[in-house]
Design a protein around this ligand. Sequence first.
Ligand code: GLN
Length: 539
Amino acid sequence: MAQPKYIFVTGGVTSSLGKGIIAASLAKLLQAQGYKTSIQKLDPYINIDPGTLNPYEHGECYVTNDGAETDLDLGHYERFLNVPTSQANNITTGRIYQNVIDKERNGEYLGKTVQVIPHITDEIKKNIRFLEESDNFDIIITEIGGTVGDIESLPYIEAVRQLKWEMGKENLIVIHLTLIPYLSAAKELKTKPTQHSVKTLMESGVQADILVCRTEHELNSDIKKKLASFCNVNSNCVIQSVDVNTIYDVPNCMFREGLDKVSLKKLNLKYKEPNLKSWNDFLKRYKNPKGVVKIALIGKYVELQDSYKSILESFIHAGSMNEVEVKVKAIHSEHINSKNVNKILKEFNGVLVAPGFGERGVEGKIKAIEYVRKNKIPFFGICYGMQMAVIEFSRNVLCIKDANSTEVNPKTKNPVIDLMEDQKGIKKKGGTMRLGLWDCKLSLDSLCYSIYQSEKIEERHRHRYELNNDYLDKLQANGLFASGMNENTNLVEIVEIKEHPWFVGVQFHPEYKSTVLSPHPLFVSFINASKKNVLVNGG
Ligand code: GLN
């Protein structure tokens, strides 16, 4: 098996420059030239994984097929490359230390003093190279979270320095993503912060091979020359990344700037024109919509875009397929009540109730679902959203007034949503939910079967509670159809209402599987149904 080549992406000056998008865009360009490419993310925080992190703090927790709870950048990698990732694609300092400490407790270090160098750096290097074992990749891109100069990042930068020395500079390159701020008072772009961050990297023994410069304005050739000479890189290796309207434009921008060309040259690999035809077909449809569909996204983390990242991206994919612009408005469920629900929701063609946890805001979600069920507005409930649909139906159709989830009211007499049996003894919070891919069998007479065109599907999960089957017969007899089940456990995966144009609640997370080239069929169908739901009052 040939040794893959490595590209590391570090960040300088400030966080949130979009290292993940640059890494994913470069990977896309390399993949489009026939190179088998993967991307991984190294996160310098001490949590074992982001599963226990508040979405306010860290954005969405992304779940892979193998049930790893990971950083949301892995979602970008999958959406760009259309290839699944796994636990091996996301490593945190917490995991590295846990492995090292476990080995120490097992006596594997044979009495040696365990230290950051070499033991932690060796463990980092071993984890970086895990992807080599899982597949035959030509190129592995590794994004290092955080900003150079952070204390937490130091062992990672040191690991890169060692790897570069071990592998040779034709086998490993470093791309440094940095910011060129524009001072409007002076009308000038400033290179100094970049010079400093490249220098900081150099203090750790790592020379950047390529600079990708985030900027609001084009860099002229003088600035590029200045950056090249002060930062020790060739001037064709100073790549500008000017702000664009959509992340999906970035691969084309990086292609125009030649990021793939210089990277391949440095790695001594052949360059050929990338084939971006299907990608550009998607972009063309996305940028030339023939109409607008308005969707309400009801949840509790609505202030931050990143909390529902995969759902928002899935809408973009599905909108492009339907040739419409999907305008999503996030609504806090705590603000919805029986008096204002009509006023708030009447302007939307479709409503999605988001995944979630805990008690806060659930009554607003239930009110919204009652409104869309009665008014025949397309409804899509995901995970907690599906569970809320079951509670709403139980209360308002089966007239079980105190129906609830034991997550919300542990003492409820009618737990229509209850903790899964195998969750009952679990005390530890991290990595203990029902996670990753699980099978689901669809009823042939269901809406979902007509959408998926397949009887057996596999979707990703992240939950502890489920529909309580003690209530299933009554729910079904009254019109809430359990159209998808896991055959081994009898767990209800999907509920539908047949006498409704589009009412689907899913226990799984379809948003994790939607990509640019394979938009998720449920999102595509939901947008199609919402498109048909023309607003009577014109919105
Ligand atoms: N809180 C619910 C559960 O644990 C739903 C989780 C979710 O929406 N991801 O079952």
